[in-house]
Write a protein that binds this ligand. Structure first.
Ligand SMILES: [Ca+2]
Length: 393
């Protein structure tokens, strides 16, 4: 009975509306914390994690050593009870904002260990229907401390758009739309936004189910865009005064830069291959002409690819070890992908397999890794894990 009504995109449903079987999977490893629905759920799961016992070496020397602050070694649910935890933006003070796709709410999560409690600090005016739209990406620029503005990507009844929202006195102000007209649909709304090392805002969009948009340079759909904080095409973009940075994408929900300032992007495939791409200005990544590696010189092949049932990638992050980490929805995992100076990838490894259900976003924060889940039924959460949980070093 699943998905019978929509013919065009069969096997990689990004929306978890039919994932009833997985909706309880996310409670397996930290079930002790998941009952504390709502906001403040930082319960130390002292016995919940198999990794916890390896991180505290025995002290056999002097007794004057001061123990480290009470940062639990294992998984910690920082925020629970969410209805699709789509995106995390970490603020300079170590606190974070979390977007809740299906409600439009933005939650503020205090820096772990400070004892504060999470609060709802704003709500974007989304138009929510069945499907993948809603409040999607959040981003803050590197100069947030002096210019405290939060950028949010969300779906209305006519488009996807980006608003700048002032952050003042611990609240979000009124959203000011800076960029609009990104195609929207039941599926393939893109939605990841992130500031690059050049200070410009990069935007991953989707073709909204109209595959012809991806190769059309006059459409904002199926692209990675690069714009200023004011929503103008960034200077130096490859197509004159266009915001388009790269094209031939199907649905981009992951953007991250490595230490060489290279941009990596995840991409949902249709029936065969999900992709990790190394993005260069003006290049064509193939959709819908090709999916995965084709060796066609008209298009840029992905650096790595996976069968769609193992991956369906949303957020990505570069770890402290320089590898690219990909949050997998359908694959219900985090994939670690070592990447090389020449732009090739080593052997990918799979972590957290079916531990938390569908994983939407990933960030490295201090010496921890944070993930969000995307299982519906108000069971979604932000979880902090030790680096070892995803194979990071
Ligand atoms: Ca491609």
């Amino acid at each position: 009975m699943a998905l019978g009504a929509t013919a065009c995109t069969s096997s990689t449903p990004e929306a978890p509306s039919t994932s009833a079987g997985s909706s309880t999977a996310g409670t397996s490893s930290t079930s002790a914390t998941s009952t504390a629905v709502g906001t403040r759920t930082a319960v130390p799961p002292s016995t919940a994690s198999p990794t916890a016992s390896t991180t505290t070496p025995p002290k056999t020397t002097t007794s004057r050593a001061t123990p480290p602050p009470s940062q639990p070694a294992g998984p910690v649910t920082l925020l629970g009870g969410l209805d699709i935890a789509w995106s995390v933006a970490v603020l300079p003070d170590g606190s974070a904002l979390v977007s809740e796709r299906n409600t439009g709410r933005v939650h503020h999560v205090p820096k772990p260990g400070t004892g504060g409690r999470s609060t709802v600090v704003g709500r974007l005016p989304i138009f929510r229907t069945e499907g993948e739209g809603g409040l999607l990406g959040l981003a803050v620029a590197a100069d947030f401390a002096s210019d405290p503005v939060v950028y949010a990507y969300y779906t209305t009844n006519s488009d996807n758009r980006i608003a700048a929202v002032e952050w003042r006195d611990g609240r979000l102000g009124e959203p000011e739309v800076i960029f609009s007209g990104i195609p929207s649909g039941r599926r393939h709304n893109g939605g990841r936004i992130a500031f690059g090392p050049d200070g410009y805002l990069y935007v991953g969009t989707g073709e909204a189910g109209d595959t012809g948009l991806s190769q059309n340079l006059d459409s904002l759909g199926g692209k990675i865009l690069r714009i200023t904080k004011e929503g103008e095409p960034a200077p130096g973009n490859p197509f004159g005064g266009s915001p388009v940075w790269s094209y031939g994408h199907r649905n981009v929900q992951g953007l991250a830069w490595d230490s060489r300032k290279r941009l990596w992007a995840s991409e949902f495939g249709q029936n065969t291959w999900d992709e990790l791409n190394l993005i260069e200005a003006g290049k064509n990544y193939g959709w819908p002409e090709v999916e995965g590696r084709e060796g066609n010189s008209d298009f840029v092949d992905p650096v790595a690819q996976w069968p769609t049932d193992e991956m369906s990638p949303s957020g990505i992050a570069v770890g402290p070890d320089g590898a690219v980490y990909m949050a997998a929805l359908r694959g219900e995992s985090v994939w670690r992908v070592p990447v090389n100076a020449d732009g090739t990838a080593g052997t990918a490894t799979r972590h957290l397999n079916r531990t938390y259900g569908r994983i939407r976003d990933i960030h490295f924060v201090g010496n921890r890794v944070w993930i969000t889940t995307s299982n519906n039924n108000r069971a979604d959460r932000l979880v902090s894990l030790p680096l070892s949980a995803v194979g990071a070093r």
